[in-house]
Structures are given as structure tokens and as C-alpha cells.
Design a protein around this ligand. Structure first.
Ligand SMILES: Nc1ncnc2c1ncn2[C@@H]1O[C@H](COP(=O)(O)OP(=O)(O)OP(=O)(O)O)[C@@H](O)[C@H]1O
Ligand SMILES: [Mg+2]
Length: 301
């Protein structure tokens, strides 16, 4: 991936007193990093594409970004050019081996982009963690193991698998925010309510800070009537919660939606973000604008 800053991303362009110190950085004022889980139990909705390209946009703007691949398919790792078959250590080791540290697993893809990569072994992790389940420890392993590492970053983005198992729960235990990538299809609201149940459950039992930051509409067909109606319904649903103590009370349907764009579908097989692979594409334009919107939208004080 290229390290050159994209001048069109302005999220960190203001300089504080010291050169290179961006005032807009989370953490610059002692606030914790933004830790965001990209979550949807439905497969193929755009979780990995959004994690990689929002992360790349933020890192090219100068933010320190950590991506965590929690999916045994290891698509995020492949998308950033890491071969999961050649890894010495992965998130799998981190989760099942007490002695493996996050500092040993993290790979620096560019100076501002770190990755905790996955390997296919990760599929067995739920069974291996299960023995800790009785002691109530299995949900917090990722959080406990990455506590020190995450403080070195401004943004930590987690790519969850398409299920609500122990890997996703570990992600939601570490995260402070959830972003739901989805398509504006019929039944979108029903799918969302299942996700909100899970967020509410994790918030009540494990992680009281967890909130829904918002929804990203992926592979969007803006000019269809259905997509417009569904986006309107989602907005109306979120509006109803304003001022309540629901975990989605401050959530947004992020603008812009990400248009369907063939370059976004091609770039993973080249191990490149959209900004390296096709910087002039609509996909690159949408993800730069989306990253700005996410950076500007704070659900924690
Ligand atoms: N805006 C887009 N335009 C065109 N293709 C896209 C777009 N976003 C994602 N895709 C493609 O759609 C497929 C699914 O996207 P992606 O892998 O990001 O979804 P996912 O939710 O992570 O899937 P899984 O649940 O399997 O992990 C991929 O082939 C991806 O390249
Ligand atoms: Mg994925």
C-alpha cells in the first residue's frame, strides 16, 4: 500500500504546535482511541471492504490505524497483502496461547497502518476458547491481550466474521463502537434488530461503553426506489431513539453510501486498498468521504 497522504482527506490536516501532531487525532488530548467493530452476521455485505478502505483512508490522512482480522476466512489479511499461510503468528495464537503477545502478532503494513492478521486456524478458536467459557473469561481475551497495543493507535477497526459467535463477541468486548455495513434491501430493518439485540446484550453483560455509531450502506444503488425507501426507514428508526438511553441513540446512517463499484471488487485480489489500486474510482471517492464522516461522528463525549 502507498504511504503517501491523500490530500483530499482532511481529517488530520490541522497541525498543532509540534510538527506532525494532528489536533483532530483521538488520543491527542488523552482521550482513548476510537475502537470500532464492523459487524453484521449476514455474509457478503461489505464488512471487510469497509474495514480495509476506511482504515486505509484514515491512515493515509496521517492517523495511526490498527486493523484486526477476526474472520477465519482471513479476507482482510489478504486484502492488505498479507499471505495468511505464511504467518508465524496470528490472532489465533493471541487468543489461545497465554504467552503470545499482541506486540508479537502485529504487522506494520505501512508506517501508519498496523494489522493483527488472521489465519484459517482461527476457525478452531471458538472450541479452544470454550473451556474458558465456564469461567466467564472467553469473551474478554482479545480485549485483555490488546489493551496495551491499542493505546498506540488513533483508530482500531475490527473486521468481524459473519456470525455472532465467540470471535464477534470478543470484538464487541474490545470495541467501544459498532458500525453495521449492510445493503438497503427489503428486510434490512429486521436484520438490524437482531444486531441491536446482540449489542444490547453485550453492553448489559460485558461492555457498558458499547454503542452503535452507525450504518454504512454498501453496494448502493442510489437511484432505485427500494434503496431510497429502506434508507429512509433506517433513518426514521434511528431518529426515534434520539435522547433515549438505547445504544443506538446517537447512531447515523452515514453519508455517503458506498456505490457499487467494480474496482472495489477487484482490489482485494491485488492485496491493495482502493487508494492504491484505483485512486480515481468512485469507490475511492466514496470511501474517503465515508472515512471523513466516521471521523467526524462521535458517540462518546
Ligand atoms: N461497493 C462495492 N461494489 C462492488 N463490490 C463490492 C462493494 N463492496 C464490497 N464488494 C464486494 O462484495 C463482496 C463482499 O464484500 P465483503 O467481503 O467486504 O463483505 P463481508 O461482509 O466482509 O463478507 P463476509 O461476511 O464473507 O466476511 C466482495 O467480493 C467485495 O469485493
Ligand atoms: Mg468479511
Amino acid at each position: 500500500m502507498e504511504t503517501q497522504a491523500d490530500p483530499s482527506v482532511e481529517t488530520s490536516s490541522e497541525q498543532a504546535g509540534e510538527p506532525g501532531q494532528a489536533v483532530s487525532r483521538p488520543g491527542a488530548d488523552g482521550s482513548p482511541p476510537r475502537v470500532i467493530a464492523m459487524m453484521n452476521q449476514k455474509g457478503g455485505v461489505g464488512k471487510t471492504t469497509t474495514t480495509v478502505n476506511v482504515g486505509a483512508a484514515l491512515s493515509e490522512a496521517g492517523h495511526r490505524v490498527l486493523l484486526i482480522d477476526l474472520d477465519p476466512q482471513a479476507h482482510l489479511s489478504l486484502h492488505v497483502g498479507i499471505n495468511p499461510d505464511e504467518l508465524e503468528r496470528s490472532v489465533y495464537d493471541l487468543l489461545v496461547d497465554d504467552d503470545t503477545t499482541a506486540a508479537e502478532v502485529v504487522m506494520q503494513v505501512t508506517p501508519t497502518l498496523g494489522v493483527l492478521p488472521a489465519e484459517v486456524n482461527l476457525a478452531g478458536v471458538e472450541a479452544e476458547l470454550a473451556e474458558r467459557t465456564a469461567a466467564g473469561e472467553s469473551q474478554g481475551v482479545l480485549r485483555d491481550k490488546t489493551m496495551d497495543l491499542v493505546t498506540q493507535f488513533d483508530y482500531v477497526l475490527l473486521d468481524c466474521p459473519p456470525s455472532l459467535g465467540l470471535l464477534t463477541i470478543n470484538g464487541l468486548t474490545l470495541a467501544r463502537e459498532v458500525i453495521v455495513p449492510m445493503q438497503a434491501h427489503f428486510l434490512a430493518l429486521q436484520g438490524l434488530s437482531k444486531l441491536l439485540e446482540t449489542i444490547t446484550m453485550v453492553r448489559e453483560r460485558i461492555n457498558p461503553q458499547l454503542k452503535l455509531a452507525g450504518i454504512v450502506l454498501c453496494m448502493h444503488e442510489a437511484n432505485t426506489l427500494l434503496a431510497g425507501e429502506v434508507a429512509g426507514d433506517l433513518n426514521a428508526f434511528l431518529e426515534e431513539a434520539r435522547g433515549t438511553d438505547q445504544p443506538w441513540a446517537d447512531a447515523a446512517v452515514f453519508q455517503p453510501a458506498v456505490r457499487r463499484n467494480i474496482k472495489l471488487a477487484e482490489s482485494p485480489s491485488f492485496g491493495q486498498s482502493i487508494f492504491s489500486y484505483a485512486p480515481e474510482s468512485n469507490g475511492a471517492k466514496d470511501y474517503v468521504a465515508l472515512a471523513k464522516a466516521i471521523a467526524a461522528h462521535r458517540v462518546h463525549g
